[in-house]
Design a protein around this ligand. Structure first.
Ligand code: PRP
Ligand code: URA
Length: 209
C-alpha cells in the first residue's frame, strides 16, 4: 500500500483556512495556492537522494551534499493543477513540467482526457503529479495511469485538499504511488464536491464563475 502523508505545519493550516474562505478572491486565492504548494514541495522532496561533491568556498575546498539521482518532473492536471506549478518550481527550478488535461464530466463525474504533453525523457524522471483537489480520485488515478502508459515509473501525487473516498480510490488503483495532502476532509457531497473543501478549484483560480 502506498504511503499517505498529511502535511502538518502551522503555516499550511493558516493558509488553508484563507484558501477555503469563500470571500477570498481570485488574486489572493492564486497567491495562497502558490505559497502552500511551495511549502508542500519542501516536504515532498524530503527523501530525494543526495551525494557529496567538492566545492570551493572563498576560504577552502570542502565536500558538500547536493541533489543526485534522477531528474524531476512536475505534472499538473489541468486546469487547477496549474496553480501549484510556480510554487513548486520556486524550490525545484530545474524540474521539467508536463501537462495532462482532464475535466470531470458533471453528470458521470468521470474524467475526460483532452491534452497530454510530457517531457520526452519522462520515464527517467521522478514525477510529482499535482492537483489541488482529490475528490472521487478519478482524475488523479487516470493521470497516473496515463503517465505509466508513457513509461513513468517513479510517481507521487500532491494535493491540497483530499476526500477519504479519493485517497482510497487512488491507493487501490496505484498502490505504488505515495500521496501527499495538505488536508483530509470529511466526505464528498451528492455532486462529488469535497466537504467542507474550497468549492471549484479551477473556477476560483481562474475566476470562471
Ligand atoms: C477538478 C480538480 C481535479 C478533479 C478532482 O478539476 O482540479 O482535477 O476535479 O475530482 P475527482 O477526484 O473527482 O476526479 P475539474 O474537472 O473541475 O477541471 P478544472 O481543473 O479544469 O476546473
Ligand atoms: N473539483 C473541485 O474543484 N472541487 C471539489 O470539491 C471536487 C472536485
Amino acid at each position: 500500500m502506498s504511503k499517505l502523508t498529511q502535511l502538518n505545519h502551522p503555516l499550511i493550516f493558516h493558509k488553508m483556512a484563507l484558501i477555503r474562505d469563500k470571500n477570498t478572491g481570485a488574486k489572493d486565492f492564486r497567491e495562497l495556492v502558490e505559497e502552500v504548494s511551495m511549502l508542500m514541495a519542501y516536504e515532498v522532496t524530503r527523501d530525494l537522494q543526495t551525494e557529496y561533491v567538492e566545492i570551493e568556498t572563498p576560504i577552502c575546498k570542502t565536500k558538500h551534499r547536493v541533489l543526485s539521482g534522477k531528474k524531476l518532473a512536475i505534472v499538473p492536471i489541468l486546469r487547477a493543477g496549474l496553480g501549484m506549478v510556480d510554487g513548486m518550481l520556486k524550490l525545484i527550478p530545474a524540474a521539467k513540467v508536463g501537462h495532462i488535461g482532464l475535466y470531470r464530466d458533471e453528470e458521470t463525474l468521470k474524467p475526460v482526457e483532452y491534452f497530454c504533453k510530457l517531457p520526452q525523457d519522462i520515464a527517467e524522471r521522478d514525477i510529482m503529479v499535482v492537483d489541488p483537489m482529490l475528490a472521487t480520485g478519478g482524475s488523479a488515478a487516470d493521470a497516473l495511469t496515463l503517465l505509466k502508459e508513457k513509461g513513468a515509473k517513479n510517481l507521487r501525487l500532491v494535493c491540497l485538499i483530499s476526500a477519504p473516498e479519493g485517497i482510497k480510490y487512488v491507493q487501490e488503483a496505484h498502490p505504488d504511488v505515495d500521496i501527499y495532502v495538505g488536508a483530509i476532509d470529511e466526505k464528498l457531497n451528492e455532486h462529488g464536491y469535497i466537504v467542507p473543501g474550497l468549492g471549484d478549484a479551477g473556477d476560483r483560480l481562474f475566476g470562471t464563475k
